[in-house]
Design a protein around this ligand. Structure first.
Ligand SMILES: CC(C)(COP(=O)(O)OP(=O)(O)OC[C@H]1O[C@@H](n2cnc3c(N)ncnc32)[C@H](O)[C@@H]1OP(=O)(O)O)[C@@H](O)C(=O)NCCC(=O)NCCS
Length: 397
């Protein structure tokens, strides 16, 4: 079978890639999962990264496969800065699977990474996705790295959270947000992006907020004094670039949505008492919470306050941003934070499987070498138990 791997061409490939995406549903068949709708721009998920590439597989003039990748500089434990390549959006149409097309796409993307001096390639998948796990872990030697939790909370425009009255929440200027992030997360967080300023200045970033207890002092001047307990997070308006919708939901979920709709109509007074489920089956936007940081006793309560604040903001702007859910991803040392972040188990993923592979052999003279596992194993050795928080880049969601 003769297929060709080449770069994506925006003008001529756009429609075919969108169609391909629709034919390759990702997610376990029997459960609720979220579907992305790129609104006519299949490359939108990586467009905000410093370097990105999309490859397609062509067979008899038909596009049968696609893969995307982005490159950036991040903090990694014991190595300070490393160049990492993120692999995402791998799809092959069902009728030509198991013929090596997926492997060729991965191979070509890894070649692009290597030619750009990338140290580590990484990807995230659902651990139940046998094809993806089989391809990356068994065939390409990627190793399990982290298993952060994706937490999803529906936005309820009938009921806002009442934020604890002893919590102060303030918006911080972008310059200050950058220095707070560099100071507090720069060396303590895995995968902290070196270009955090670009993320904060991106038009999709709606702002950074800090929370602290009333009566405490937070230095918004040059002193940058922080109280004993405080928390911070930023909000990314992902719905601006792509939308989500629920796919293949089991019947009970459909019934649940329908009956809530009914309740809304028949008993309007119940609206304030019951959380009504938004209509997830039509495309909707979402806010992604990134750069969640907290320190000090009771700072979990401050994180909760910030999440509730964002939820209320989303409910207020729901019409404009079409934001029906608030999403965040926490991992590493911050895993326990999930107890403070409002989310629905039904819509959340307890273990998003992140896998990593070394593309360079650090023991050699620095010249580009073929993939080796030695760097990976020493890297994994160093990071076996996550002692640090994990930064989930909103550009990669
Ligand atoms: C994952 C996917 C891209 C694989 O594409 P593909 O062209 O079939 O992959 P390949 O033919 O190159 O398979 C390479 C290896 O991956 C593994 N693999 C592929 N499909 C598999 C499956 N269904 N179950 C278990 N292992 C599988 C095997 O080790 C296979 O080697 P083999 O055929 O010699 O046994 C394809 O199944 C797909 O589009 N799935 C839906 C989208 C998706 O899940 N993407 C991954 C998101 S991270």
């Amino acid at each position: 079978m003769e297929f060709k791997i080449r770069s994506y061409e925006e003008q001529s490939d756009r429609a075919q890639v969108e169609d391909l995406e629709r034919r390759c549903e990702v997610g376990p068949a029997e459960s609720v999962f979220l579907f992305t709708d790129t609104m006519g721009d299949p490359i939108c998920r990586i467009r905000n990264s410093p370097m990105y590439k999309m490859l397609v597989a062509e067979l008899d003039k038909e596009l049968v496969g696609v893969i995307q990748g982005s490159i950036k500089l991040v903090t990694v434990p014991y190595k300070d800065l490393a160049k990492v390549g993120y692999v995402l959006g791998l799809r092959v149409v069902p009728h030509v699977r198991r013929k090596g097309i997926g492997s060729s796409l991965v191979l070509k993307l890894e070649e692009w990474f290597k030619s750009n001096d990338v140290d580590y390639a990484y990807m995230a998948t659902e651990k139940e996705n046998q094809a993806s796990v089989g391809l990356f872990m068994n065939k390409f030697g990627y190793n399990k790295f982290r298993t952060p939790s994706i937490l999803v909370n529906p936005v309820n425009n009938h009921r806002s959270f009442r934020i604890s009255s002893n919590i102060e929440i303030s918006l911080v200027k972008i310059d200050q947000a950058e220095s707070l992030y560099r100071r507090f997360m720069g060396s303590t967080t895995e995968f902290f992006p070196n270009d955090i300023d670009k993320i904060l200045r991106n038009k999709l970033s709606l702002g950074t907020w800090v929370a602290y207890f009333k009566g405490d002092y937070f230095g918004f001047d040059d002193s940058q004094t922080v109280p004993n307990s405080w928390a911070m997070l930023s909000v990314w308006n992902s719905g601006e670039i792509f939308k989500l919708r629920l796919g293949k939901a089991p019947l009970y979920c459909l019934l649940y949505t329908k009956s809530w709709g009914l309740i809304d109509k028949i008993f309007p007074c119940l609206r304030n008492m019951v959380p009504s489920l938004p209509d997830f089956f039509r495309p909707f936007g979402f806010y992604f919470l990134y750069g969640v940081y907290h320190e000090g006793p009771f700072s979990g309560k401050l994180v909760r306050g910030l999440c509730e604040f964002v939820h209320n903001m989303a409910a207020e702007k729901k019409k404009k941003d079409c934001c029906k859910i608030v999403v965040t991803e926490v991992g590493g040392r911050d895993e326990e934070l999930k107890h403070h972040i409002p989310h629905w188990k039904l819509l959340s993923t307890p273990e998003d499987l992140w896998c990593i592979k070394a593309l360079k052999n650090n023991d050699d003279d620095g010249s580009k070498s073929s993939s080796t596992t030695s760097n990976t194993s020493s890297f994994l050795e160093l990071t076996k138990t996550p002692t640090r928080a994990l930064f989930v880049d909103p550009r990669e969601v």
